[in-house]
Design a protein around this ligand. Structure first.
Ligand code: DGJ
Length: 731
């Protein structure tokens, strides 16, 4: 890994053994993107664009009519100087104008990777793991500097970028648009991929050709949202799941964002990621500094799957943190789908007893445990137990669950308040709302104003009180509505546009405090399932409930799509009852397990009511999973067939040491002709032999990868089969 500056040609180059990221300084002022791709040993500028005197081009240098910013491939483009594509930033000066002139000032090379204050980010454990380039642009009139950060890693094919704005002048400036990164790629021959969806239909992978338009993925929901993920991927048209060039861009942020791929008239593509200008605005006083959250850029010449594997390993090892990062995660039982709000001590305890017998390790008490919470119309914000349901309180229950041999976890939705709650009655001004209108309800609740330090204190105090009183080792942190009525009683009138981002900063502060106070607690993020499944949340909570949809068939697509960015260990996946409560589909217990075991396994049903046969099956499932979960949690993941595109879903895991392979194959509908379906595995060693555990048969790695394995013909709808292979020295 290295970063160097070539003085003659003014070229910055960041490289490791596999990738290079290159840009130049043109005319001593303007940063110009040159290359992001496979590692180049030497760069002489062969791909430099030609310049012409073109119609409608503005010329910032009067002596050169061929030079225009509109034709230059750029790194962090401005507005008002003749680049008429999307700017990366718009800064308003005190006089209300939006004309600025930033030019290159200098650079520094730093060992390691600096953190982003108050924000989640990829980190290093040792300075030798990464190097960071900091380039300074300055507007000499208003004395404002833009610091552009680029980190390259020894072991990951990723570049992290973010920006700081430093106001060194004496006037207040207004940040109107701020991207975390911008990059112009040559040509337009790309497909663009985004992740879209909705509640219970998260993470659909959408691939389509980039034409002459812009593709924009964004959220103004106060959350990264299930509707559009903060991610945009460009692919060479010929690239596929396992081959070809792919550029992936993912924002490490959990709030509103805008991601775009914009085609220019000169046949180039501008890719951007950053704050959503619809809900962002920030007044930056003299001497103040603003940090834009970080974006991770991944290059892969091994198709989408290669890109995903880089995101997976980087996020798993250098974004997730804390004691649970490297631990296998407990098999849990959550009562939500079985009991909803109707919970009590006796139910929980009898459930814990049954769960322990089947091998479950963690019992989770979901919604409904606190005072007055008999349905979703009340009580959010009053985080003390309902003594009628839990006469000995949560501490006594947690202790009793412990005695049954299980850990104890609890559900919370700390960012919210119900209008019918003591908290709202005493602090009506703590909600996000405008003073002029009644705020809009969603799931009968309002959002607390986390930009207010008193509110943050309250949230930290109430969660801490519970975690201090009771032996709780897991928290499911829910967030079940999006933000409307953007207004804060604690922000000055001129600063109301800061609320969306201040909300996120407030939430991150709360989570950071709780993480450091309770390092033993495993936090699972949830927002009606995968509504806030993003890199920002993973920094504080190493797993996310992937979807409220627990149907085995729907889950195939949701988990497949989620894996575009996030590793299976981060996905909460539960086996629930059949017929499924969301879609009414009946599937076998084996199928539901085969899907849920491809992530972080849990169950969501009333174990007390199961027939003996199912209990026995679950006992076997859990034992099987425990034996193999190290491979699922830490191994490499290969997508093989996309269930949202056909009748088949398939993927395989390869353990870190290469010794074990788990191949998962699902057929959605049975096929009357029973056609043979071959699936080719990935990531095995060609010259080694693998023994199938189920029957002892042996196959070459080359055979499994190049000839493939025939999926067991489905005799009924909705089947899933798991094949476990052990690598052997001889066949
Ligand atoms: C939404 C979550 O996704 C569910 O799993 C459950 O926890 C409910 N909230 C509880 O209100």
């Amino acid at each position: 890994m290295n970063i160097w500056y070539e003085e003659q040609e003014h070229i910055f180059s960041l490289s490791n053994e596999r990738i290079s990221y290159i840009f130049s300084v043109e005319k001593d002022r303007y940063l110009s993107h040159r290359y992001f791709g496979r590692r180049l040993k030497r760069y002489g500028g062969s791909g430099r664009p030609y310049f012409f005197d073109r119609g409608f081009c503005a010329n910032p240098l009067p002596e050169d009519r061929t030079f225009s910013l509109d034709t230059l491939p750029r790194e962090y483009p401005d507005i008002n100087q003749g680049d008429f594509r999307c700017p990366a930033y718009v800064i308003q000066t005190e006089d209300g104008r939006r004309v600025t002139r930033f030019g290159y000032k200098g650079y520094e090379i730093l060992e390691g990777k600096p953190g982003l204050e108050g924000l989640p980010s990829v980190y290093v454990e040792d300075e030798g793991e990464a190097m960071t380039l900091r380039v300074t642009l300055e507007d000499e009139v208003i004395k404002v500097r833009l610091l552009l950060y680029y980190t390259v890693f020894q072991d990951y094919d990723a570049v992290c970028r973010h920006v700081e704005v430093v106001n060194g002048g004496d006037q207040e400036i207004y940040l109107e648009r701020l991207m975390s990164m911008s990059m112009d790629l040559p040509g337009t021959d790309y497909d663009v991929v985004t992740l879209t969806g909705g509640h219970m239909d998260e993470k659909n992978i959408n691939r389509r050709p980039l034409t002459s338009d812009s593709v924009v993925a964004e959220s103004i929901r106060g959350s990264s949202s299930p509707q559009a993920a903060p991610c945009v991927v460009l692919m060479d048209r010929e690239a596929g799941e396992h081959q070809g060039e792919v550029w992936g861009v993912n924002f490490i942020y959990s709030g509103d964002f805008q991601a775009a791929a914009q085609v220019s008239q000169y046949r180039t593509v501008r890719v951007q990621m950053g704050m959503n200008p619809l809900t962002f605005g920030w007044s930056l006083g003299a001497g103040e500094r603003f940090t834009v959250p970080e974006t991770v850029l991944v290059y892969s010449d091994q198709g989408l799957n290669g890109m995903s594997q880089t995101f997976h390993s980087l996020y798993q090892k250098r974004l997730c943190r804390g004691a649970h990062r490297d631990r296998v995660r407990p098999v849990l039982l959550n009562g939500w789908e079985a009991f909803t709000f109707d919970v009590d001590e006796e139910k929980c305890l009898s459930l814990a007893r049954e769960a322990a017998k089947l091998g479950v390790e963690l019992l989770v008490l979901d919604d409904g445990w606190f005072k007055n919470r008999k349905d979703d119309k009340r009580a959010l914000g009053d985080w003390t137990e309902d003594e009628r349901k839990f006469p000995g309180g949560i501490p006594r229950l947690a202790e009793a669950v412990r005695r049954e041999g299980l850990e104890f976890g609890i559900w919370l939705e700390p960012e919210m308040v119900s209008p019918d709650s003591d908290l709202y009655r005493s602090h009506g001004d703590w909600v996000i709302r405008s003073p002029h209108y009644d705020p809009v309800l969603s799931r009968n609740q309002y959002v607390l104003d986390l930009s207010n330090p008193q509110v943050r204190d309250y949230v930290i105090r109430s969660v801490s009180d519970l975690l201090e009183r009771a032996d709780i080792t897991y928290v499911k942190w829910d967030m079940n509505r999006h933000i409307t009525d953007l207004g804060s009683f604690c922000l000055a009138e001129g600063r109301q546009r800061e609320l969306s981002h201040r909300y996120m900063l407030g939430l991150y502060e709360i989570l950071e405090t709780l993480n450091s106070r309770f390092p033993h607690v495993l936090f699972e993020s949830c927002s009606s399932g995968g509504g806030r499944y993003d890199g920002g949340m993973l920094y504080y909570m190493p797993q996310t409930w992937a979807s409220d949809n627990t149907d085995g068939v729907c889950r195939l697509g949701i988990q497949y799509g989620t894996s575009l960015l996030f590793p299976p260990v981060t996905m909460g996946c539960h086996v629930s009852v059949s017929p499924n409560l969301q879609v009414g589909r009946s599937t076998s217990l084996a199928m539901r397990f085969a899907v849920a075991m491809s992530g972080n396994l849990g169950y969501e049903m009333d174990f007390r009511r199961l027939p003996e046969k199912e209990r026995e099956e679950i006992r076997r499932q859990i034992a099987f999973y425990k034996e193999l979960r190290e491979v699922v949690h830490k191994g490499r993941f290969y997508r093989l067939a996309n269930p949202r595109e056909g009748n088949l879903a398939a993927w395989n895991f390869v353990s870190e040491d290469g010794e074990r392979v788990i191949f998962c194959c699902y057929q959605i509908l049975s096929d009357v002709v029973r056609a043979s379906v071959l699936v080719k595995l990935r990531g095995l060693e060609r010259d080694r032999v693998y023994r199938l555990r189920q029957d002892g048969s042996c196959y070459g790695g080359d055979e499994l990868m190049y000839a493939g394995i025939t999926a067991r013909p489905a005799e009924e709808d909705f089947t899933g089969h798991i094949y476990v292979f052990d690598r052997v020295t001889e066949g």
